[in-house]
Write a new protein. Structure first.
Ligand code: ZN
Length: 66
């Protein structure tokens, strides 16, 4: 007889996980100062004020700079 692979799929797991994360108070949007301009920036994301990520220019001309 065939065996059940898993009890719930990725969508159900993610749905429950978001509730766990909310309960545990885990913060997905960690805000840290940008290394280049010092503006508050979400960790592991491109800085929205200077457009740099890890010293590389990702966004050519951000609206805030001009
Ligand atoms: Zn920056």
């Amino acid at each position: 007889m065939a065996l059940q692979k898993r009890r719930r799929g990725p969508a159900r797991t993610g749905h429950q996980r978001s509730a766990w994360m909310r309960k545990s108070g885990a913060n997905h949007m960690v805000v840290q100062p940008c290394a280049n301009c010092g503006a508050p920036r979400i960790a592991h994301r491109v800085c929205m004020s200077c457009g740099q990520y890890r010293g590389e220019q990702i966004i050519a001309k951000p609206a805030a700079e001009e």
